[in-house]
Design a protein around this ligand. Structure first.
Ligand code: FMN
Length: 218
């Protein structure tokens, strides 16, 4: 099937934040839309493998920080390519708490706090429907998914509903091959970055920080 038309669907970008027994955790999503207008309900699509999915199901509340063009783009690397199971993604990032959900400080287009109502099972992803219980306006220009791809030159990992397999074959950043080393090439299975040359055991992906074990020779 030609999926070109699917790529014309427009989205924003959000950090979904939730509360893992007092520890903030969360991830990037692009799939959020408003379902109803009165006493509003919103929906988000969450991969069942994401740790954030499990924590929301348990805690039942989450915040959405609406990313702005002025937002710190390292938020996308940290929250979109790393897993909160083994690290605290909020470490070193100023945040407060509102209704038991973490609110990131910095440049955003606004914040929304939600309470989980129901979930619809959709194979790899659950769609979570949630009541909006509070909002915090902000004045950033909302970052669209198109802006993320065209200006930030970002990519989407496998857990994103909009992941496109061929993106994996394109390097996130080209790296000058080392003339002394072999011409082996390795792809990071997390973010698609391509490394050329020998891959030391302690190597970390410069884009998403994944360890050498996440690289596959190509
Ligand atoms: C641009 C972008 C968009 C993404 N959109 C979604 C999404 O809509 N739903 C989703 O489940 N994951 C999405 N992801 C993937 C998660 O952010 C990613 O798998 C994250 O590492 C999960 O972290 P966690 O295991 O701590 O929850 C997206 C990632 C990026 C970079």
């Amino acid at each position: 099937m030609d999926i070109t038309a699917l790529r014309q669907i427009t989205y924003g970008l959000y950090v979904v934040g939730t509360n893992d027994n007092g520890r903030p955790t969360g991830c990037i999503i692009n799939t959020c839309f408003q379902v109803t207008s009165e006493n509003p309900i919103i929906a988000i699509s969450m991969n069942k493998n994401n740790y954030t999915h499990d924590v929301i199901v348990q805690h039942r509340r989450f915040s959405l920080a609406i990313l702005a063009e002025e937002s710190d783009t390292s938020l996308i690397t940290t929250f979109g390519f790393q897993c909160g199971r083994d690290r605290n993604k909020y470490e070193g990032r100023n945040h407060t708490w509102l209704h038991d959900t973490p609110i990131l400080q910095g440049k955003f287009a606004g914040h929304i706090v939600c309470e989980l109502l129901s979930m619809a099972d959709n194979e790899t992803h659950d769609v979570l429907f949630a009541r909006v219980i509070d909002t915090l306006p902000d004045d950033g220009t909302p970052m669209t998914y198109a802006y993320y791809h065209q200006v930030v030159k970002g990519k989407a990992p496998k857990n994103a509903p909009t992941y496109v397999a061929e993106e994996e074959t394109k390097p996130a950043k080209e790296q000058a091959p080392d003339s002394q080393a072999s011409t082996k090439r390795y792809v990071c299975e997390v973010c698609g970055y391509i490394h050329e040359g020998e891959l030391p055991d302690d190597f970390k992906c410069p884009v998403c920080q994944a360890p050498a074990s996440c690289f596959k020779e190509i």
